[in-house]
Design a protein around this ligand. Sequence first.
Ligand code: AMP
Length: 662
Amino acid sequence: MNEQQEIAQLREELERANYEYYVLDQPTMSDFAFDRKLRRLEELEAAHPELATPDSPTRRVGGKAAEGFEEVVHRMPLESLQDVFSLEELEEFDQRVRESVEGAVYDVEPKVDGLSVALEYENGVFVRGATRGDGRVGEDVTENLRTIRSIPMRLPEALPRLIVRGEVFMPRSVFARLNEERELRGQPLFANPRNAAAGSLRQLDPKIAAQRRLDILVFNIQYVEGKTFTEHVETLDYLKSQRFRVIPHTICGSIAQCGGRIRAIGDGREEFDFDIDGAVIKVNSLSDRETLGSTAKFPRWAAAYKYPPEQKPSRVLDIVVQVGRTGVLTPKAVVEPVRLAGTTVTNATLHNQDFITEKDVRVGDTVLVQKAGEIIPEIVSVLKERRPEGTTPYFLPGRCPVCGSPVVRDEDGAALRCTGAECPAQLLRHLVHFASRDAMDIEGLGPAAVENLVSAGLLKAPGDLYHLRAEDVEPLDRMGKKSAENLIAAIDKSRQNDLSRLLFAFGIRQVGQKAAQVLARQFGSLDALAEAGAEALTAVPDIGAITAESLTAWFRDPQSRHLIETLKEAGVNMESRAQPVGDQLAGLTFVLTGELTAFTRKEAGERIQALGGKVSGSVSKKTSYVVAGESAGSKLRKAQELGVPVLDETAFQALLEGKRQG
Ligand code: AMP
């Protein structure tokens, strides 16, 4: 076999393995064999660039990032669907159909809540994929679609042209994992799988799209050359034979049967690994579809049934509080079990204290529970007339239910957050932050490694890091001798970090990187900082009352003191190496204007602050000096009017240096 043949064979084997794994859910090739074959194919393609093709399985990991997306004019418009909201409206739809065609038979399918795309094949090869856009013009997202393993890159039958429509979605399980990772990294969360799928499909970097593990269900042939069909289900069967992942579908002979099927889809929605926002009912006969035609917006032969949000009364048995990985306290109502939208509901989210207060939800109340599209049920209202005697308003606890540390309200929202430095609920996040680049900068200790160590039971608090031994770490997944040794060395090195890094690594609320630097320089050691009262803290430039309060509360908490002790014992440096702040310019306020030559405005400001002076943006009688560089304007005039002393650049430098000597 020559290399060209080997390439062809590897591609066929890998694509078949993809199909078995992602579409049929019946893998026959081991991950190991798959990876080895893929590596071999990559090598061969690298050695023979002339034999590389875009439909190769090697392209599924994501190619080069794009600048933007090209527009694609759809050959057949991607129409939208008319909505029906009740069984009566469904019957009316059926009536309208029957006015034009006889004996209509329908196909009923779940309506996947994702993003509509068109996939185009030329001679059996995937050549282009586009989003729906406005239905007429969409965006070319071919490279991102290649990363979706359930989209075949080459079809068993090479028709001259085939355009298939489907819905791209993010499986719920993937969505949950993605948001968990984002939370750990402090990135904003996606609101729902649909948004996450949209964000991923429109990623300019296909490598990121590839990591998102999107999936697709196809439900229509938009256009075909070289083949004719008479029924919709026949097209779906054909698509299945061509290795597509096809929407689940059921043929129904009457509209009553459709209603039953629609209800069954709604009741069984929890079993799908994708969100649905309804069910679609479609005329099965393709010639009937032609007779019925389309309005300007949608086909007359199909309708989308939207499930009404189901609501039922239930009683609040208890209110429990959970602590998330970021320390946010989330209250949940435990309710008497009720059946809603196909599942038994036993609890409902209460969001936060503001929500509870606004609705005045109390233990013992009868409430209306609703389940709409989302997975977590919510409380719509309290049936006050059914409130028993003796209930009291509910307030979230002032201390964390997991670790007992005080909780604080987020400065920018309604969330309450635990401040415990060693709170077990937040352990992962604390460790990830502790090790991150701007904090202790421990190489090799990213979110995955932290999770690995925590689930192996090796870390219970940040202090445990400094007791890890290479031989404990080595047996872990994806570790090995070399990386274990490197990790321990990186942890060891972090013992020498400057105090400013350690201070930032503690993750004290309000104490970001900048504040940590200022504080470390000002106080010189962690002990001195811990002893500083609110007054000494607020005297530091840039440190306000809220930060000071957050710091003193943090140092007061026994958990923080325990953490500091363990780190001290482990030999972690707690001193600052930065130049202490001078006080030569203390009490003086400077205004900078015009252009300086020796430093930028920012640098000049920093020099002043380093010597204890303040910088202000506007001139007043209280201004001590105006520093005027080249082409100074109105501020200089104002200084002259008010009699404020003006320094040129040379005099300013002399002041900085002169004072320093003196
Ligand atoms: P709408 O946007 O509400 O008008 O609904 C039309 C959208 O539903 C289309 O963009 C389709 O992509 C999507 N959809 C999801 N599942 C299906 C399905 N099984 N059949 C037809 N359309 C579907």
